[in-house]
Write a protein that binds this ligand. Structure first.
Ligand SMILES: *Cc1c(COP(=O)(O)O)cnc(C)c1O
Length: 393
C-alpha cells in the first residue's frame, strides 16, 4: 500500500490532507515523491521557522541525542535550563518558563497558573477567563472551550466552566467581574484569519487589567519566535503580559510548548508537570533555533527578509486587486483577504499545481507564514508561481 492508502486504513481521518507527499526539504523549498519542487510559504503552519533540514539545528540535535535524549524531569536538564534562559533573554521580560509539548498544552499550563493565582487571591475564587470571539487556543477539552468559536463546541461537552467570550478587545471591560481570573488573547489572530489587534486598544486593555490586578495571557503560539519581527508580538505591541505561551516556531519542527510568566511562584512542586516536556531533544532544538534567529535579528537580515517579502507581496496584491480586497498582517505573518471562499479554494489548488504552498485562514484569507530564513530567490520563485496560479482566475 502507498502512504495515502495506509493513512486511509490505519490513521484516524481527522485531517483533509490532499494528495501531496513531501520527502525532503531545503530551507523554503520542498520536494515531493515525484521529484517536483515547491516553494513553501507555510513552514508547516509557522513551525519550520529556520527552514527545512536546517544544518545547524540538525547537527545540534544529532550531537545531543548521541549522548542522551531523555531522563524525565526528576533530574536537572542542561539544555532545558539553557533554552529557558535563551527564551527569557530574547523576550526581555522578567519571567520563568515551563516546558510542554504543544501549543494547547502551553495554554493549559497558563490556565492552571491563573486559576491557582485566582484561588489564593483572597476569599473570592477567581476562575473566569475571558477570551475573544474567533480566537483559537487549541484542541484539548479545555482549550477548545477557551476557543471563541461556537462551531468548535459541538459534541465534546460537558466542558470546564468559566470561559466567557468578548466580541472584541473593547468589549472585555464590561465582562470583568470579581470572578475574573485572567484575559487571554492572541495579538494577531492566526487561525481566525490573520487579524491583528489595534495597538492602542491592546495597551489600554493592559493598563486596565494591571489596575485591577487581573493577569493578561497572550497566546503567542503562532506569533512567537520572531514571526512578527521581535521575539514576541507582545514586544511589538509594547506591552508586558503576565503570561506568554509559545510553541510552533521555537522548536523548528521539534514538538515543544512553553508557558513563560512573571508569576513565578504560583505553581509549587507537584502542581504541574510533563513527562516529555523540556527533554534534551526538544530543548536542544530550541536553543539552536533561538541562537540562529537572534543572529538574524541582530545582523538586520531578519528585518530585510521581512521587508522584501512584504514588498513582493504588496506588488502581488496591487496587480491582482480583482481577487483581493485587503492585505493584512505584521512581519512574516501576513494574509490577503480574498473576494470569496470559492476563489480562495481555486487559488489554493492552483498554487499547489504551480509549485507553491500557501495556507487558508478563517473563511476567506490566503495566509503566508514563510520560513524566516527564506531567501530572495525563493520569495521571487514563490510569487512567480503564485502569479501563474491566479492568472486564469
Ligand atoms: C496552533 C495554535 C494553537 C494550538 O497549538 P497546538 O500545538 O496545535 O496544540 C494554540 N494557539 C494558537 C494561537 C495557535 O496558532
Amino acid at each position: 500500500m502507498n502512504t495515502q492508502e495506509l493513512d486511509k486504513k490505519y490513521v484516524l481521518q481527522t485531517y483533509g490532507r490532499g494528495d501531496v507527499e513531501f520527502v525532503s526539504g531545503d530551507n523554503a523549498t520542498l520536494t515531493d515523491t515525484g521529484g517536483k519542487q515547491y516553494i513553501d510559504f507555510t513552514s508547516g503552519i509557522g513551525v519550520v521557522s529556520v527552514g527545512h533540514a536546517n544544518a545547524r539545528v540538525n547537527a545540534a540535535i544529532c550531537q545531543q541525542i548521541g549522548k542522551i535524549t531523555h531522563t524525565s524531569n526528576l533530574y536537572n536538564i542542561a539544555p532545558q535550563a539553557k533554552a529557558a534562559e535563551a527564551i527569557v533573554n530574547a523576550s526581555g521580560y522578567d519571567m520563568a518558563c515551563f516546558f510542554g509539548n504543544s501549543g494547547a498544552e502551553a495554554n493549559e499550563g497558563a490556565i492552571k497558573i491563573v486559576r491557582k493565582h485566582g484561588e489564593r487571591d483572597g476569599e473570592i475564587k477567581r476562575y473566569k477567563i475571558i477570551t475573544l470571539k474567533h480566537s483559537f487556543h487549541g484542541r484539548t477539552i479545555t482549550t477548545v472551550k477557551a476557543t471563541g468559536q461556537e462551531a468548535m463546541h459541538n459534541y465534546f461537552g460537558p466542558f470546564p466552566d468559566g470561559f466567557v467570550y468578548a466580541e472584541d478587545i473593547q468589549a472585555i471591560e464590561a465582562l470583568l467581574d470579581d470572578h475574573t481570573a485572567a484575559v487571554m488573547i492572541e495579538l494577531i489572530q492566526g487561525e481566525g484569519g490573520v487579524e491583528p489587534q489595534d495597538k492602542k486598544q491592546v495597551q489600554a486593555l493592559e493598563k486596565l487589567l494591571k489596575s485591577k490586578h487581573i493577569p493578561l495571557i497572550v497566546d503567542e503560539v503562532q506569533t512567537g519566535g520572531y514571526r512578527t519581527g521581535e521575539f514576541t508580538a507582545s514586544q511589538v505591541y509594547g506591552i508586558t503580559p503576565e503570561i506568554i505561551t509559545l510553541a510552533k516556531g521555537i522548536g523548528g519542527g521539534v514538538p515543544v510548548g512553553v508557558v513563560m510568566t512573571s508569576l513565578k511562584n504560583v505553581l509549587s512542586p507537584g502542581d504541574h508537570g510533563s513527562t516529555f516536556g523540556g527533554n534534551y531533544l526538544s530543548t536542544t532544538a530550541v536553543c539552536s533555533v533561538i541562537e540562529i534567529l537572534n543572529e538574524l535579528k541582530v545582523s538586520g537580515e531578519l528585518d530585510k527578509t521581512s521587508a522584501y517579502f512584504n514588498e513582493v507581496l504588496d506588488n502581488f496584491y496591487e496587480t491582482n486587486k480583482k481577487l483581493f480586497t485587503q492585505k493584512v498582517g505584521i512581519g512574516m505573518m501576513c494574509g490577503l483577504r480574498v473576494i470569496d471562499a470559492e476563489t480562495l479554494g481555486s487559488i489554493m489548488s492552483n498554487a499547489k499545481e504551480n509549485g507553491v504552498m500557501v495556507l487558508r485562514a478563517g473563511r476567506n484569507t490566503l495566509r503566508f507564514l514563510p520560513p524566516l530564513t527564506i531567501t530572495k530567490e525563493e520569495i521571487n520563485e514563490g510569487f512567480k508561481a503564485l502569479a501563474a496560479a491566479v492568472s486564469s482566475l
